[in-house]
Design a protein around this ligand. Sequence first.
Ligand SMILES: [Zn+2]
Length: 326
Amino acid sequence: MKCLGCYIEVKAGYCLKCRKKLFNKEKVSTKLSFDAPKSENLNFFQDNTKKISISGVQLKYSLQLKNGQLELCEKGGAYILKPIPEARQLIELNAAPENEHVTMQIAEQIFGLKVAANALIYFKDGEPAYLTKRFDVKGNATKYLQEDFAQLTQKSTHTHGETYKYEGSYAEIGTLIRKYVAAAIPALESFFKLVVFNYLISNGDAHLKNFSLFRTNENEYQLTPAYDLMSIVIHTPHESDVALSLYDGDLESEFYAKYGFYGSSDFLELANRLGILDNRAKRIIQFMLNKKTEVESLVNNSFLDETIKEKYVLNFNDKVKRMEMK
Ligand SMILES: [Zn+2]
């Protein structure tokens, strides 16, 4: 069988590497001791997690690891559990946990992005869920100070209305990375790579709250590992390609005016505004466009249904094609 973390062949459970990343090497069952949330058992969830946090349409539960068992806890748990979301306006929802898991694995294994530790896990009744380890919780139960870019750009419903987290540009985030992060250049390059990744993978929901900085022990700001990555287009076929504009005036670029979507020249202009050297940005993009075979084989190795695998790969190849157009 395959490891539910990284897909390598294992005899049982999570592989050692994933256990190190997720559970401090402890052996943890790939099955939770309780059923998925349903209307009949919501009391159980409410009793154990006073505050069910709702972010967008996605319910999230806080978990802690106790004696080799993952159990629900009120807050401050070191893990976040995302079951299949309930959202009438979205399709293929059963695939959502594995979509997020495979996308996070692609980001890390193929593109070398730093991501939150993650795996697939099953409820007692067999329903899948996405499991991720919180990177803002330190071993001794204290928390790193983490701020997302809606907070850092001081945008809220109060200042910018309901759509506040979509009001801005990736270039604007870059300006703040430059301002706060001491090692700004590598951080800007990682951020740039992540923006290109989201485009290639059809994650049109990478809004201001999906990027954050955290303060390390040395009182310096760093980009957090990436989180909430998924091929959103699988669930909302009419989702826009990007959640934020690349930079002010991007829709007037020659390429966009010609085709009605972004191409490499638009991302190179973003890199330019982030202060990344042109040659460096070109190399990053080329590295990413060369990964078609790897992405296809990892998706095929995932737990997604065949039809979703096909869609996933088609969407990816389509975006690569756009990026190769002149
Ligand atoms: Zn593994």
